[in-house]
Design a protein around this ligand. Structure first.
Ligand code: PEP
Ligand code: MG
Length: 559
């Protein structure tokens, strides 16, 4: 039996064989081929395989998101069989005696450069498509499984690290748990794992050895322990723990349909954070009162080119309709930092967390922002929509974003397209600048939603992705808690509401403090709704926020 200690970032016990994530490799071997006929044949086989995969993806997309979504994959099918593309590959194999991998990689580069150099922005965007199609063919040639899991049975998925786009594309029915060598508790992969209710452990480092693949293991997402080849006693103990957790879950089920009212009669809204329309199911199952944060960038991460206005509109409309009149707050694009997307062609930055991300990017490339805002306002006709902007630091940014909203509404009106006039506009408070300036920002918007993951990162100058920083990244730091109180006070003084949508909202050790501060809403991962409701109902808020903060401050300082 081998026990590996990491950091548990999504509770639950997962039991099954360990399996290592297969990443499509970009390392292309180059060699001269003698039998060019056989090599051409090898390419043709991979091309056929890619076309078949794309056909299946098109069908899946049609069933889940309609004809327009399916078209993307059908376009890729056509590209894979495009005659010019095929001839360029044939020339490299037959005349230059290149191996198929090198021929495909070089042709992809040549075509991508050609598209990128065109004047028309639609054609420029095809550069990403040709790379994507070629990557699919390359993956088949290299024997790498696209999508990461080629196992018939569900597995504990191990990886060095997982990008958000990789996590979201995985077949979740095949995953019993995540174990990553790197990563941190507030990374987006950890957040996704919690949303999906999958146990996850990060930061196990090089203790996770490739030779463990296929061996039975147990991942305990609450303690962060991964046990490979568990002995009988350990197995029995952890299975009992799993049973216990399931029993607790059944108990929490009895809280469904109940109110979020404290013992002394204070009410708070408990909403959910989601990343895709499919997550609405988890919101409903866990009885979330609304959606306090829809991370819309996952629509972009899950696509190989810019999602169109219609694709976005369909997704937002679906969430609003499925939520049936309950409030849905959609955050505008928050790309950059740890969420990088190739087709945005963003220049490499030394310091991406402090770089061209989120609202900064949207204001710099208003054509991308406008498309999203049009989709959002069009969808607003189907429910109770709130829109919020991430990574705000200044009043002028908010004014500029609001001006674009007004322009989009004016255009829609002109075009006779319906939208709601009651859309609430809010901002995320994620930077110390926004928190300190919240008295002035409150005059510009309808609500604040505090993003404690980033607020902690920027206040403490501590990279949220860096697991080595461990205890230095601590949202219980008095500076973070005092900023939260300042933001809530400034919101209320100016007659607007304030909530938390960062991970800290679900921290039960702070529920009493948040209630005492007067937070109006906590938006948490769906599985945290019922435990949080339970905590709210057990709380008596007679202690003042100041007193509770002083106690927390003393605890923190005494560490
Ligand atoms: C946050 O920063 O707290 C937040 C909710 O946004 P994200 O985690 O997506 O950066
Ligand atoms: Mg954030």
């Amino acid at each position: 039996m081998i026990t590996i200690q990491g950091k548990g970032v999504s509770a639950g016990v997962g039991v099954g064989p360990l399996y290592y994530y297969r990443r499509a490799t970009t390392e292309i071997k180059r060699y001269t081929v003698e039998d060019t006929g056989a090599e051409w044949h090898r390419f043709k086989g991979a091309q056929t395989g890619a076309v078949e995969q794309l056909g299946q993806l098109a069908e899946q997309a049609r069933a889940e998101a309609g004809d327009e979504a399916a078209m993307l994959f059908e376009t890729h099918q056509m590209m894979a069989e495009d005659l010019d593309y095929e001839e360029a590959i044939e020339d490299r194999i037959t005349n230059q005696k290149m191996n198929a991998e090198a021929a495909v990689a070089d042709t992809a580069e040549q075509f991508a450069e050609m598209f990128a150099a065109m004047d028309d922005s639609y054609m420029q965007a095809r550069a990403a498509d040709v790379k994507d199609v070629s990557q699919r063919i390359l993956s088949i040639l290299c024997g790498v499984v696209q999508g990461g899991i080629a196992s018939d049975v569900p597995v504990l998925l191990a990886a060095d690290d997982l990008a958000p786009s990789e996590t979201i594309q995985l077949d979740k029915t095949k995953i019993l748990g995540f174990i990553t060598a790197g990563g941190s508790g507030s990374s987006h992969t950890a957040i996704l794992a919690r949303t999906m209710g999958i146990p996850a452990i990060v930061g196990v480092g090089d203790a996770l050895k490739p030779e463990y693949e296929g061996r039975q293991a147990i991942a305990d997402g609450s303690t962060g322990a991964l046990v490979v080849d568990p002995d009988d006693d350990t197995r029995a103990r952890l299975l009992k723990k799993r049973e216990e957790q399931q029993r607790l879950q059944r108990l929490l089920e009895t809280l469904k349909g109940q109110t979020n009212v404290t013992k002394d009669g204070k009410t708070i809204r408990i909403y959910c954070n989601i990343g895709s329309p499919e997550d609405v199911h988890a919101v409903q199952v866990n009885d979330g009162g609304g959606i306090g944060l829809f991370r819309s960038e996952f629509l972009y991460l899950n696509s190989s080119t810019f999602p169109t206005e219609d694709e976005q509109y369909a997704a937002y409309k679906q969430v609003l309709s499925d939520m049936d009149g309950k409030e849905v707050i959609i955050r505008t694009l928050d790309i950059g930092a740890d969420k990088q997307i190739g087709y945005f062609d963003l220049p490499k930055e030394d310091n991406p967390a402090m770089g061209m991300r989120a609202l900064r990017l949207c204001l710099t490339r208003p054509e991308i922002f406008r498309t999203q805002l049009r989709a959002l306002f069009r969808a607003s006709a189907y429910g109770k929509l709130g829109i919020m902007f991430p990574m705000v630091t200044s009043v002028w940014e908010v004014r500029e974003a609001k001006k674009l909203c007004e322009e989009v509404k004016r255009d829609l009106k002109h075009e006779g397209i319906p939208y709601s006039e009651d859309v609430q506009i809010g901002i995320m408070i994620e930077t110390p600048a926004a928190a300190v300036n919240s008295d002035r920002l409150a005059k510009e918007v309808d609500f604040f939603s505090i993003g404690t993951n980033d607020l902690t990162q920027y206040t403490l100058a501590c990279d949220r992705q860096n697991n080595d920083l461990g205890r230095f990244y601590d949202p219980h730091h008095p500076a973070v808690l005092r900023l939260i109180k300042l933001v809530v006070d400034n919101a209320h003084k100016n007659g607007i509401w304030a909530g938390i949508c960062g991970e800290l909202g679900a921290d039960l050790a702070l529920t009493e403090t948040f209630l005492a501060m007067g937070l109006d809403e906590l938006s948490v991962t769906p599985r945290a709704v019922l435990p949080l409701r339970n905590a709210v109902r057990m709380t008596d808020t007679r202690e003042s926020a100041e007193r509770l903060l002083a106690e927390l401050d003393a605890d923190y300082t005494a560490r």
